[in-house]
Design a protein around this ligand. Structure first.
Ligand code: SF4
Length: 278
């Protein structure tokens, strides 16, 4: 028993080690609650009609790094499975967690760190017990010695991205397709500061729309489908909702896949609106 419990922790420590020694980031806070009476207040969003939506949650980890006088933060969320960060899913409102967390940190930077900080990225980090799933497959177990890859969305600034790993761009084990010798890799998951601000506003708007429909009692069973992914695949409520995709196909909300550049173009429109309001 003792051995099985310790194994994942040993693996996690070994694989996290590469990030610890090669990254300029240091963990500043863990398990940060934002809620009534907690360290940070909940996010309040107006729904109209005087109603207020309060979003509460817990941020797994906040890391800080410095570039000159500027302080940058990245937010980390641990997941039991590797999960990619997809700008389109965020844009469609299917993945709001990380941008909401990043917004909370930005808004509470003075309270948390006694100084303003800038968004540098948001990442999912897989932490799971792979050995239980590998059924002691020796070859696969060897692959576990590879360092953990953070998957996320970063700020499109070469110097800021370099803070992730001082061995970039030569080393590609932690952040493949991130930097080139002179710039940022074309496939890097990054957005400009302006697009990040637009994504943040868009996320809050999506959260407000979702809450509005809940308050209005919209209970239609209409799971989404995006490419091969269906909401029902990760849901264990099928025995309750009785939804059968084969029979109820017309009820699916099928989202069209949009290229990253087109999503960014849409967000740039939001960015213009945000600028005008400010
Ligand atoms: S299984 Fe039912 S509740 Fe779950 S996502 Fe599908 S339709 Fe919604």
């Amino acid at each position: 028993m003792r051995g099985t419990c310790l194994r994942p922790k040993v693996r996690d420590r070994r694989c996290a080690y590469e990030h610890d020694v090669r990254s300029a980031y240091k963990t500043a806070e863990t398990e940060v609650l934002f809620d009534e009476g907690a360290t940070l207040p909940p996010i309040s969003i107006r729904l109209g009609d005087g109603e207020l939506l309060k979003i509460r949650g817990r941020i797994d980890r906040i890391d800080l790094a410095f570039l000159g006088e500027r302080m940058y933060f990245r937010v980390i969320d641990y997941k039991s499975r590797p999960r990619a960060v997809d700008l389109l899913r965020m844009y469609l409102g299917l993945s709001l967690q990380l941008p909401v967390y990043a917004h909370v940190i930005e808004a509470a930077s003075e309270a948390l760190f006694h100084a303003p900080s800038q968004f540098a990225g948001m990442y999912y980090v897989p932490v799971y017990d792979p050995l239980s799933e590998l059924k002691r497959d020796e070859e696969a177990a060897l692959s576990l010695r590879k360092p953990i890859r953070f998957r996320g969305l970063g700020l499109a600034n070469r110097d800021v991205l370099q803070l992730l790993d001082r061995n970039l761009p030569a080393a590609k084990d932690l952040f493949p397709q991130m930097l080139t010798k002179t710039g940022i890799h074309t496939n890097a998951m990054v957005v400009s500061a302006e697009v990040w601000r637009a994504l943040r506003e868009h996320t809050l708007k999506k959260a407000s729309e979702l809450a509005r429909s809940m308050v209005d009692g919209v209970t239609a069973i209409a799971p989404y489908q995006l490419k091969q992914e269906r909401a029902c695949q990760n849901c264990n409520l099928q025995s309750v909702c009785q939804f059968e995709a084969h029979f109820d196909e017309r009820q699916m909300r099928v989202f069209k896949s949009i290229a990253k550049d087109d999503v960014i173009a849409q967000l740039n429109v939001v960015a213009l609106d945000v600028r005008e309001v400010q």
